[in-house]
Write a new protein. Structure first.
Length: 368
């Protein structure tokens, strides 16, 4: 199972100044500032499962979700980095991501070992920054000072819900207040803040999901991830499902609810890094999945839904719109679902590709 698979972020394309350090023929270290346009962005994920998490949330079984049974050594971290750096298309910007949910709960010495492993790559300019995920109750000033020292740029907190009743039922082991305090500290130290959320948790409702999203905006998140709740084998949630005490969202419900959340985040300029769990082999084959709204193209389903709403809201005499080429597939819809829906109601809207149109927007091009 490929759990440490590098990912390119196609959403980000910028003109950026990058400092490259190299060695000349005499062995002297040299540096140069080079401007690149349409810089590719890659993430190298290093998964550190359950090493420091004091809780077993009722929905969580990281080993089944990730397929990774043992923690990685620093030597393995170097191997992961070296392997992925060879596969990237240059010029690019590379970020090393420590995932697993509780990085700052590790012993300080263990955190430093992992972080120190990345420093030579940062000094060389082959990795630009580090991001990590952790629990909201595992943040304090000492930790943040340490992370700043090792060039960590982004800290993601697994908030999951900002309703105390939901958090308590799911045995998260932290409160909404913990999220508020840790978010404020992270922002005050100059880090980029990520806040993750889930839809369809036990006791969650559409209104509670909406309030969680609005609270994430209020807390000043720079980026987010949205996950629909899945029932994974060997979890307490699976036991609740088996006895009829929990019912997961249907795929349609999950798409509709996530689409509403997505619109809140985009309206507030919050970068949505992921929508839906990474499609691991166990989830795709169903060997790890008991029930729930899993789909390998969940994000595409959500964006298709959003674009269908936009197309349906157009004036009846509108015959074409101009949109960014990268949005065309979403406007057409997953497996042409939007085009088929419009055809069924005798609507035909021509999609004209226009690079001058910003992503996730459009202009009415012609009205009869």
């Amino acid at each position: 199972m490929k759990t440490n698979q590098a990912t390119e972020n196609p959403e980000r394309s910028t003109r950026k100044k990058s400092k490259f350090i190299y060695t000349d023929v005499c062995g002297h270290s040299m540096s140069a500032n080079i401007f690149f346009t349409d810089m590719r962005h890659y993430n190298i994920p290093v998964f550190i499962p359950e090493l420091a998490c004091p809780n077993q949330c009722i929905y969580c079984n990281q080993r089944h979700i990730s397929g990774q049974l043992e923690p990685v050594s620093t030597a393995q971290v170097r191997n992961i980095i070296d392997r992925h750096l060879k596969s990237f298309k240059y010029p690019c910007e590379v970020e090393l991501a420590f995932f697993g949910g509780s990085f700052t709960g590790l012993k300080i010495s263990e955190q430093e070992e992992y972080l120190a492993t990345v420093q030579p790559y940062i000094k060389q300019g082959t990795i630009s920054s580090i991001r990590l995920s952790t629990r909201p109750d595992y943040i304090d000033s000492e930790i943040l000072n340490l992370l700043k020292q090792y060039k960590v740029k982004t800290i993601e907190l697994g908030a999951q819900s900002l309703c105390d009743e939901v958090l308590q039922y799911c045995e998260r082991g932290h409160s909404v207040r913990d999220v508020e305090l840790s978010s404020a500290m992270i922002k005050s130290k100059g880090f980029s803040l990520g806040l993750q959320m889930m839809v369809g948790l036990p006791l969650d409702t559409p209104e509670r999901s909406k309030q969680t999203a609005l609270k994430i905006v209020e807390l000043g998140a720079d980026n987010t991830r949205i996950y629909p709740t899945l029932v994974i084998k060997h979890t307490k949630l699976a036991e609740l499902y088996q006895v009829g005490a929990y019912q997961p969202l249907s795929l349609t419900e999950a798409v509709e609810r996530t689409a509403e959340i997505y619109k809140i985040f985009t309206a507030n300029d919050i970068n949505i890094l992921r929508v839906g769990l990474h499609p691991s082999e166990g989830l795709i084959s169903g060997t790890d999945l008991v029930a729930g709204p899993f789909h390998v193209s969940f994000r595409e389903l959500v964006l298709s839904r959003i674009w269908l709403e936009r197309l349906q809201s157009l004036p009846e005499d509108c015959t074409s719109i101009r949109l960014n080429p990268k949005d065309v597939n979403y406007a057409i819809g997953y497996q042409s679902c939007n085009r088929k829906h419009l055809k069924a109601i005798n609507r035909e809207i021509k999609l004209i590709q226009d690079n001058s149109i910003a992503r996730d927007s459009f202009l009415i091009n012609h009205i009869r």
